[in-house]
Structure formats: structure tokens, C-alpha cells
Design a binder for this molecule. Structure first.
Ligand code: ADP
Ligand code: MG
Length: 687
């Protein structure tokens, strides 16, 4: 048995070992050997002992030490999946779920979907009879609680990447703490890449000390155990820029070329922020490699973000051929969620895409914002797995030291809480303000969310879910506003169209992107553009895609992402099934776009904006908060500027831009949400 040194503090276990994992010949070792070389392997017995004896075990360890891929396997080997029970492992990101499940299946020599399975929204690759280790997003596990509130099929739930503090992770942790009280046999493993274990441990520390009476030895200890997997990687030399860079995409591209030119072999990992800037960087580098054959030959340039196809993902993980150098350009998914072998150089833009919500203006948007010091350290750490590495930070040392915040803010404190509130309500948690959160959201955000849900007809005067609308909205696995739009379409007789729109809005973009094709892209868009706005344009594209026989050439010709369209078809099929279950009649309104726009308004009335009179710059103000917003250049309504619009989401760069915009008649607002837009308030604006 391991030594428990500091038992009073709740079973803190100190063990150490050196990081001897992957210094040589990694790629040639058998899978079993590879598994044994991982730092967590030395803790296998300790982990199993702690899980056996503690209700909650917190495992902290460097990225790549084997937490995600190994711990579920250890648990299975120790019998935690016997008797039909299942071991769950949650991830904040869909792509990580898929990647990790396929890796673990490979290590166990089984097919994904059988003994090892996974579930993400709109994709369930698991078999209730066979799956013993199940990877899933924390959001999907929350959904499972709606059918099985105590999550009875799981013996152990591993909440992975807890340091990310995603909104779903935080809700899940709060709920799991409740479940533990009812299910003493349930074990939690909380794993994290950074040392914030104490706060997590305090959260799970039972407030009342329970007296252990005789005959109760079999019960697990309630104080969480903390285990720290030692094993730092190799040294990483940090380089800073002297002066702030103007364009981090350009700077990243130049840095990659410089590394390729001057540094010995080893793959490069570049951290940018999202599909848009990553696609641009990939294109710039690819063109560079083509035009400047000598310097850039041998570069394999690959993007990494959610929404990649299977084949594209596999490329990222496959070993780099001899004499070549892989450049992976990634969102912060590669920060801690995924381990890429062979990385020796990291280029860190210093930014990531983050959600920010202002409860006063009721505006939530995705912002390219500076990362924290903790993130910067994690990013740098990715360079030191194989051998000593280098990290090129595209910001100055002075900035890192004096300006970067130490830690990020938990997502729940910077998000719109509409989805969160409805999920808790659906689980019967009525006192939301009094819920035991790992980090409390602001009361203003809570009140805003309650207000919107009330206006959507989802909550009643007692703040309980309404029947049937509230329960139906909660059951559809989409944002409540989209769900409400689907329900409204049933009454309006345009459910076929609205389900298509909901499917398109569920994916990032259906357009092909990249720098240098803007003109062609704009021309292609004109072919489908509808005067009513983007949502109706989606219907035109969908129709064209069907008429082409779902042809990839057709997509290519029209600058549409074929892979995204296939995904739209898949999601649409699933939404159809859900709609039928909810008693929604599938009906087409045959091009009566007014009905379609009314349905959109029924869900998204809170996002209504009005063009400022006399504004030649296309400035809109939100009706609710009088915030300045503009139509995004990617919208078909860019420069058209109808007087009244509703947007789907906001992105913020130099200004707040509305993405996916539709024109409306303001009278629909009071029709759809009389409480939200009292006639008196709206009247002076309309007239
Ligand atoms: P952690 O969760 O501690 O960050 P993981 O369990 O994800 O670590 O990874 C452990 C090791 O498994 C990695 O160092 C890598 O060698 C290997 N590995 C993980 N995922 C993959 C994959 N998709 N392809 C190849 N190797 C992988
Ligand atoms: Mg992991």
C-alpha cells in the first residue's frame, strides 16, 4: 500500500519518479511497453488504492503523462467495469473525446463502439451492452442525467481536464457532489493538468465530518485524496519577441519558416485561436512552401480544430515521415486535451478564443483574448516531451510578466447562463442561486437568464419549467433559443425549413474559408443570397446541395465545405428524430419565408437590433441594451443593412459583429415576446 504521509489533510500522497518515458525509440515499442513507460504507470497501484478507499480522487499530472488514456484502463483492469457497470471519462471537447476513445480502443485492441465507446452530441458510438469504458463530453453526461439522475450505470466517473473549468464541467462537478451523497459506492476521479487541486479538494470536502460507526469501514473516505503524478518533461527554452507583433498570424507563419530554416529536426506546434485564423495560416504556409521550394520543402502543414473530418484528425496524429517536419496549427485544444508526439517547437500567439458575457448589456460574444500565464506555461510545456525544446512566444517578456493574468476565469463566470439554468431546472434543481457551485456565477447573469427563459415561455411565474414547452425545450440538445425556434416552427408550419436552419447553425461554417479566395467566395455567396438574410440563404444552399445529388464537386464549385454539408445532413436527420418524438409535425412552408423568419424571431427575439437612423456606417443598436453592433462581412446582409434585424451570435474584433443575420418586422417582436418587449418601450423606437 502506498504511504499516506499527510493523512489529516485528506490523504495527500507524495510519490515521485523521474520522467523516463519517451526518450528513445518510442514509435517502435509495443503498445504494452509504451503504456508502461508513461509516468502514471508508476502510480497504477496507488491510483487504484485511492479510488477504492476514497469517494473522490484528484489526480494532477503533466499533459501527456497518461491520465486520460491509462486511468480508465487501470480501473477496468481492476474490475470497476465488471457486472455490466461502466467507467465514464468526460472531456470538455468533442474532438478530444473522439481522439482519446480511438487511442484507448487501439491500445486495448478493440473496435471503437464496442468495449470502448464514445458519445458526443449528435454522435453516439457506444453499445449499451458492450461498452465498458465510455468517453463523452461533460455536456453529454449532463444530458444523460435527465434520464438517469443518479447516473446509476457508472461505477466511476472521471472528470477530466478539470482545470479548464468549462461551464459544463463546473455544473457537472456541482451535480456529482450531490449524487455522491445518494450513491456512496460511486467513485469520482477528477484529473487536471495544473496544480489547483487544493481548491477542488476543498469543494469536495464534506462540510460536516461524518462519524464513522462500526461496520462502516467499507464506506469510502469522504475527504478527497490528491495524487500528483510527477514527471516533468524536458527543459523548454523560452523566446520572446522584443516588440509587440501587429499581426500574430503573419508573425506565426514567419516564425515557423525561421524555425524550419535554422533549427534541427522536430515538429512544430502553433497555437492560434480558431478555424478562421488557422485556415489562413495553413494557406499562407502552404503557398510559401510552394513558392520557396528550397526552404520550405519537407513541411507537412496541418490544421487542428474541432469540426475536422476523421481523416484530417488522423493525419495530425500520424507519425512524421523521416526527413519531414510536421507543422500543426491548432486552437488551444492541443494545450492540454490532446498529446501530439514529436513536438519540439511551440509557437504561441498568446491568444485564444474565449466566451465573454456582459449581463448588463446582455451581450455574449466570442472574443480573441489574451491567454493566462497558466495557459502560456502549458503551451510551452508541449515542446518538451521528446527532448529539450523551444517555445517562441509572440509577445514580450515584459508583457508576460506584468500583464498576463495568472489564471483564466472559469467559463461559468463569463457566459450567458440560459442553457445552464434550463438544464438545472430540468434536473429538478429549483434553487439555482443557492446551488453549490465550484465557482459561483454572478447573480446578474442568473437573473438575466431567468428573464430570457421566462420570456421564451420556458419558465413560469414560479420559475419552474412550463409544460409542455419548457420540458420540450429542455429535451432538445441545442441552445434553448434554437429549441424554441423549432417548437415555434411547428405552430407556424415551417418545421422542415427550421430544422435545416438549426442544423446549419449547429456547425461552425458551411463556407470554404481561406485568405485569397475572398472574391470568389463572395461571388459564390451571391448565387445563393436571399434578401431576407443568412438563414434563408442556408435554405437555398441546402436545396442546391440536394438538387446536385449531394455532390462534392458542386460544393467545390460553390465554395461550400462538403464535409460541413454532410454533417448538416447528419444533424438534420437526428433533429428530425427528436422532433418526431416531441410530436412535431414535419411540414414545409414552401418558400413562405415570412413564416421562417417569424419562427426565428420566436427563438431569438432577445437578439433584435435596429439600424441607427442617419448611420451611413451600418451601425446598429441592440434593442435591449443599446449596444453598438455591425453586420459581419460574411453575412449576405453586409452592406444591405435592413432596418430591423435579428442575429444568431456576436463575434468581437475591432467592433461587435453580428454573424448570421435575418431581417424582421419589429411587430413580430412584441408578438413573440410581449413581456420582453413591452409595447410602450418598443413604440417610440418603431415610430
Ligand atoms: P494526459 O491525459 O495525461 O495528458 P494522455 O493519456 O492523453 O495523457 O496521453 C498519454 C500518451 O498516450 C501520450 O503521451 C501519447 O504518447 C499517447 N497518445 C495519446 N493519444 C494518442 C493518439 N491519439 N495517438 C497516438 N498516441 C497517443
Ligand atoms: Mg488528458
Amino acid at each position: 500500500k502506498p504511504r499516506l504521509l499527510d493523512d489529516e489533510e485528506g490523504g495527500v500522497l507524495f510519490l515521485s519518479s523521474s520522467f523516463s518515458s519517451s526518450s528513445s525509440g518510442y514509435g517502435y515499442a509495443s503498445i504494452e511497453k509504451q503504456r508502461q513507460r508513461l509516468p502514471v504507470y508508476k502510480y497504477r497501484t496507488s491510483i487504484l488504492y485511492l479510488v477504492e478507499s476514497h469517494a473522490t480522487t484528484i489526480v494532477v499530472g503533466e499533459t501527456g503523462s497518461g491520465k486520460t488514456t491509462q486511468i480508465p484502463q487501470y480501473l477496468k483492469e481492476a474490475g470497476w467495469a465488471d457486472g455490466g457497470r461502466v467507467i465514464a471519462c468526460t472531456q470538455p471537447r468533442r474532438l478530444a473525446v473522439q481522439a482519446v476513445a480511438s487511442r484507448v480502443a487501439e491500445e486495448m485492441g478493440v473496435k471503437v463502439g464496442e468495449e470502448v465507446g464514445y458519445t458526443i452530441r449528435f454522435e453516439d458510438i457506444s453499445n449499451p451492452d458492450a461498452t465498458r469504458i465510455k468517453f463523452l463530453t461533460d455536456g453529454v453526461l449532463l444530458r444523460e442525467m435527465m434520464e438517469d439522475p443518479l447516473l446509476t450505470k457508472y461505477s466511476v466517473i472521471m472528470v477530466d481536464e478539470a482545470h479548464e473549468r468549462s461551464i459544463s464541467t463546473d455544473i457537472l462537478l456541482g451535480l456529482l457532489k450531490k449524487i455522491q451523497k445518494r450513491r456512496p459506492e460511486l467513485r469520482l476521479v477528477i484529473s487536471s493538468a495544473t496544480i489547483e487541486a487544493k481548491a477542488m479538494s476543498d469543494f469536495f470536502q464534506s462540510s460536516k465530518r461524518r462519524r464513522v460507526s462500526e461496520g462502516e469501514e467499507l464506506r469510502p473516505r469522504l475527504e478527497p485524496a490528491i495524487l500528483s503524478v510527477e514527471g516533468r518533461g524536458f527543459n523548454v527554452q523560452i523566446h520572446y519577441v522584443e516588440d509587440p507583433v501587429q499581426d500574430y498570424v503573419q508573425a506565426a507563419v514567419s516564425t515557423v519558416l525561421l524555425i524550419h530554416d535554422q533549427e534541427p529536426a522536430g515538429d512544430i506546434l502553433v497555437f492560434l485561436t480558431g478555424q478562421d485564423d488557422i485556415d489562413v495560416a495553413v494557406k499562407m504556409l502552404t503557398e510559401e512552401a510552394r513558392s520557396d521550394g528550397k526552404h520550405s520543402s519537407g513541411l507537412i502543414i496541418l490544421p487542428l480544430y474541432s469540426g475536422l473530418s476523421r481523416a484530417e484528425q488522423d493525419l495530425v496524429f500520424s507519425p512524421t515521415p523521416k526527413g519531414k517536419r510536421k507543422v500543426v496549427i491548432s486552437t488551444n485544444i492541443a494545450e492540454t486535451s490532446l498529446t501530439l508526439e514529436g513536438i519540439v517547437y511551440v509557437v504561441d500567439s498568446g491568444f485564444s478564443k474565449q466566451r465573454f458575457y456582459n449581463p448588463i448589456s446582455d451581450i455574449e460574444n466570442l472574443v480573441v483574448a489574451p491567454i493566462s500565464k497558466a495557459s502560456a506555461r502549458q503551451r510551452a510545456g508541449r515542446a518538451g516531451r521528446l527532448r529539450p525544446g523551444k517555445c517562441y512566444r509572440l509577445y514580450s517578456e515584459e508583457y508576460f510578466v506584468n500583464e498576463m493574468s495568472a489564471q483564466g476565469i472559469p467559463e461559468i463566470q463569463r457566459s450567458n447562463l440560459v442553457s445552464c439554468v434550463i438544464q438545472l431546472k430540468a434536473l429538478g434543481i429549483d434553487n439555482i442561486l443557492g446551488f453549490d457551485w465550484p465557482a459561483s456565477p454572478s447573480p446578474e447573469s442568473m437573473i438575466r437568464a431567468l428573464e430570457v427563459l421566462y420570456s421564451l415561455g420556458v419558465l413560469n411565474d414560479d420559475a419552474k419549467l412550463t409544460s409542455p414547452v419548457g420540458f420540450q425545450v429542455a429535451e432538445i440538445p441545442l441552445e434553448p433559443m434554437i429549441s424554441k425556434m423549432i417548437l415555434a416552427s411547428n405552430e407556424l408550419g415551417c418545421s422542415e425549413e427550421i430544422i435545416t436552419i438549426a442544423a446549419v447553425l449547429s456547425i461552425q461554417s458551411i463556407w470554404f474559408s481561406g485568405r485569397g479566395v475572398q472574391r470568389e467566395l463572395d461571388e459564390a455567396k451571391l448565387r445563393f443570397a436571399a434578401a431576407e438574410g443568412d438563414h434563408v440563404t442556408f435554405l437555398n444552399i441546402y436545396k442546391g446541395f440536394l438538387q446536385s445529388g449531394k455532390s462534392s464537386q458542386w460544393c467545390h464549385r460553390n465554395f461550400i465545405n462538403y464535409h460541413a454539408m454532410k454533417k448538416v445532413m447528419e444533424i438534420r436527420e437526428q433533429l428530425k428524430r427528436i422532433a418526431l418524438r416531441l410530436g412535431i409535425v414535419l411540414k414545409s412552408c414552401e418558400r413562405d419565408t415570412q413564416l421562417v423568419r417569424k419562427a426565428v424571431t420566436a427563438g431569438f427575439f432577445a437578439n433584435a437590433c435596429r439600424l441607427e437612423a442617419f448611420s451611413h456606417s451600418g451601425m446598429y443598436k441592440t434593442i435591449r441594451g443599446f449596444q453598438e453592433v455591425y453586420i459581419h462581412p460574411s453575412s449576405v446582409l453586409f452592406r444591405v443593412n435592413p432596418k430591423w434585424v435579428i442575429y444568431h451570435s456576436l463575434v468581437s474584433t475591432d467592433r461587435q459583429y453580428m454573424r448570421n443575420v435575418i431581417s424582421i418586422d419589429p411587430s413580430w417582436l412584441t408578438e413573440a415576446a410581449p413581456h420582453f418587449y413591452q409595447q410602450q418601450r418598443l413604440n417610440p423606437i418603431i415610430h
